[in-house]
Design a binder for this molecule. Structure first.
Ligand code: ADP
Ligand code: ZN
Ligand code: ZN
Length: 737
């Protein structure tokens, strides 16, 4: 009787080579191999874990090596996820094996288990002998595929003793494998459903929910942009949409930005959906992550909530995908494969025929453009809940402050006065710095002039060491000016002060105030972030200083003052999205004020009070901002009017990095039709992790053109035998650091 199963498997390996490798399965594994299972294989002198893409009996032309181990009894990536991986590999020009590796459940989500399978002898025995009932039903189960002891114990009485006997007889073989954990995790048990009343939707929410529900019923892929001002009740719309999906026996995926996945946020979902919620969070321990992954995969949790990589959750029967704060930069992975979880989620929804909801108060320009073009349906929530007014935003002109006080201060007199008032009234203040402030730029303290590149509309970065002002897009450089090129004053400053200094100054200024700082440095410890936020919520902190971490999502009713210490830092980043990011951040920050019953106030300190991002944010006018910004993008051919890819070369030796950069420069000269090549130029951070980096920005008229040229570059690097990691390609880059 011939063995069933396949002899060969094409396996995707996490190596920067763009094709699968064929391996032969030893005969005992042939019946058990499945597409989507992981295998352990020899590769050169190494051994790697790969994913089986295809099984077949076509004798390969080249000699093949044997699979060492089959790691899963069940596929860890189902056909839907494999297909999604293929799309990511193509779209982001990344090797499939690397993409699949990042989609696999984290190692903690799987653990070693022993599985039992039938030997030849066992197989014969099962077919020929008349056996006692328990032995037969055992053996029957194993004829289908290898099983774990735990599984068998559940199905057959006395399985553990039987197993021992059968192993001794030589009917069974045991093999170590990885299986998803089944241990019950208790630490993270969700709080019980509470009795908090479910609010009655207002008319705008109702319209939104109805539209989404209709799409769910139609079983068709459709994307909605739910654009609602801060505090307009977007979360309630998500909750109702998820409820509708569950009612149709479908599952839902909710993605939230990295920093938004707080216990308070998750709590809202537990309250409504209880045990059906799974939280996918990289900050959880191995055991807990494994448990959540398993619950999603088995369908016992039909609401999966996660950050970026949650988009790969093993959800079955996906009906609804919600991406909260869709404009958030943390959805883009900054290392290979450089995917954008929002765009991947939309692709996933499309393949599944699911409804997709993108939610934001400040949608990405590209997203809103898609809505304008009719690709997405726009659902608006223009009002705050209970007609609560939007906070009043006042701009503080720091040029005037300097001229009047003749002092360089971090805090204007106005801001100090307002903070004092809050302290006296026992109300709380949030102070926002838009960046930790690593990059330094020039600003004239008298007229507010910032030094721009001659070729690009970006600010030049101050390079102290080589005493130049440099454009990080095109490489343009000029001398550091001694006086302001606009007004001739010599009050030139290089800005970029960090949150630490602000905290210190604040403590000096208000010795009795309870001040805390929340940024990436201070929140490094496990749980610190949540702890600081919690004590702020509890009123144990008067003033919270922080980076963008504090700007989003956190709903603290007693905050009546939000101060933006220096709006200019964000405006001056060497990035065409600088204005958009600043607008977003200022609007989100303003949205933190006045969430309770007291009217909130926002003070924005800036040297550029006339900048459109500052002005429109102060007026909370997204449409105004969008109109202006989309013109600018069109004019300069930036997304959504062009497809971008950032091509980075890196090497430990600077000469080598330079040589590769210029080789690419030559290769791209003349540029292919429909492509603009900017660079090569030094990367904004020239040396990172011991490597020197140079970059080329490609702007293409269409995606097809972009993909072709990027693939040509990869082939070129391959031909030149560059080190595998020398060339890094970022399609749809959102950061140029
Ligand atoms: P957004 O996410 O749009 O900023 P939230 O979802 O945080 O807004 O909603 C603001 C507050 O209003 C929350 O406390 C929420 O529970 C509450 N809320 C939402 N919808 C309603 C409603 N229809 N009636 C009363 N309160 C509501
Ligand atoms: Zn000046
Ligand atoms: Zn430039």
């Amino acid at each position: 009787m011939p063995e069933e199963g396949f002899r060969y498997g094409d396996v995707a390996l996490p190596v920067p080579v763009d094709r699968p490798f064929t391996y032969e399965f030893p005969s005992n594994l042939q019946p058990h191999a499945r597409v989507g299972c992981r295998v352990w294989v020899p590769f050169g002198k190494r051994r790697l874990t790969g994913v089986v893409l295809r099984l077949h009996n076509e004798t390969p032309e080249q000699e093949t090596r044997e699979v060492l181990r089959l790691l899963d009894a069940e596929p860890v990536l189902d056909s839907e996820l494999l297909k999604l991986g293929q799309w990511i590999a193509e779209y982001y020009c990344a090797p499939l094996g690397e993409v699949l590796k990042s989609m696999l459940p984290l190692s903690g989500e799987l653990r070693q288990t022993t599985v039992y399978s039938l030997t030849e002898k066992g197989l014969d025995a099962a077919r020929q002998l008349i056996l006692d009932a328990p032995v037969a039903s055992l053996l029957q189960l194993l004829e289908e595929r290898p099983r774990s002891a735990a599984y068998l114990a559940r199905k057959v009485e006395g399985a553990r003793t039987l197993l021992r006997d059968l192993l001794k007889n030589g009917w069974l073989s045991a093999e170590e494998t990885q299986q998803s954990r089944t241990r019950r995790i208790t630490e993270s048990q969700p709080p019980a459903k509470s009795q908090r009343p479910i609010p009655i939707l207002n008319a705008d929410q109702q319209t939104a929910v109805t539209a989404i529900r209709d799409a769910l019923h139609a079983d068709q892929f459709q994307t909605f942009l739910l654009q609602g001002v801060t505090g307009s009740g977007k979360t309630e719309v998500y909750l109702r949409a998820i409820e509708a999906a569950l009612a149709l026996e479908k599952s839902a995926l909710l993605l939230v930005p990295e920093i938004a996945l707080t216990p308070a946020m998750a709590g809202q979902f537990f309250e409504r959906f209880g045990e059906q919620v799974a939280i996918l969070h990289s900050a959880f321990g191995d055991a807990e992550r494994a448990e959540q992954w398993r619950r999603v995969r088995s369908g016992s949790a039909r609401v999966a909530i996660g950050t970026r990589s949650g988009v790969f959750a093993p959800i079955q029967n996906l009906g609804l995908v919600v991406i909260d704060e869709e404009h958030d930069g943390s959805y883009k992975q900054q290392e290979a494969p450089r995917y954008h979880a929002r765009d991947v989620a939309l692709m996933r929804a499309k393949e599944a025929g699911a409804a997709a909801v993108l939610g934001s108060a400040t949608p990405a320009v590209e997203t809103r453009y898609n809505a304008e073009q009719g690709k997405y349906r726009l659902l608006l929530l223009p009002q705050r809940i209970a007609q609560r007014p939007l906070p009043e935003v006042q701009i503080v002109d720091m040029r005037m402050e300097f001229l009047e006080t003749k002092r360089q201060t971090i805090f204007s007199r106005k801001l100090i006065e307002e903070i004092e008032r809050r302290l006296a009234q026992r109300e709380q203040t949030m102070l926002l710095l838009n960046r930790r402030g690593f990059s330094s730029f020039m600003v004239c303290r008298s007229c507010g002039e910032r030094l721009l590149c001659a070729n690009c509309s970006v600010v030049l970065t101050h390079h102290r060491r080589d005493r130049r002002m440099l454009c990080h897009y095109c490489g343009y450089a000029e001398k550091i000016p001694e006086e302001c090129p606009k007004c001739g004053s010599d009050y030139i400053q290089f800005l970029g002060s960090g949150s630490e200094r602000v905290e210190e100054t604040l403590q000096e200024q208000f010795p009795s105030a309870r001040v805390a700082r929340l940024d990436r440095d201070s929140a490094r410890g496990k749980g610190t972030f949540a702890r600081i936020l919690e004590s702020f919520r509890e009123g144990e902190i008067d003033i919270l200083v922080g980076t963008q971490m504090i700007a989003k999502g956190h709903d603290v009713p007693n905050v009546t003052l939000v101060g933006v210490v220096l709006a200019d830092i964000g405006l001056s980043l060497p990035d065409f999205r600088a204005a958009e990011r600043s607008f977003e951040l200022l609007t989100q920050a303003a949205g933190r004020a006045g969430r309770g019953d007291t009217l909130g106030r926002v003070l924005v300190q800036t040297f550029n009070p006339d900048h459109y991002a500052v002005r429109f944010a102060a007026q909370q006018d997204y449409d105004g901002f969008y109109q202006k910004e989309i013109e600018f993008r069109k004019w300069l051919r930036y997304p959504p009017f062009a497809a971008l890819a950032n091509v980075l070369v890196r090497a430990e030796r600077q000469e080598q990095a330079l040589r590769m950069a210029s080789a690419l420069g030559v290769f791209l000269n003349p540029p292919p039709v429909g492509v603009r090549v900017m660079g090569p130029a030094e990367a904004p951070v020239l040396r990172l992790k011991k490597e020197f980096r140079y970059q080329i920005l490609l702007k293409a008229a269409s995606r097809a053109v972009l993909r072709r040229i990027v693939n040509d570059l990869r082939a070129f690097a391959d031909k030149e035998k560059w080190n595998a990691t020398a060339l890094a390609i970022d399609v749809d880059p959102i950061s140029f650091l």
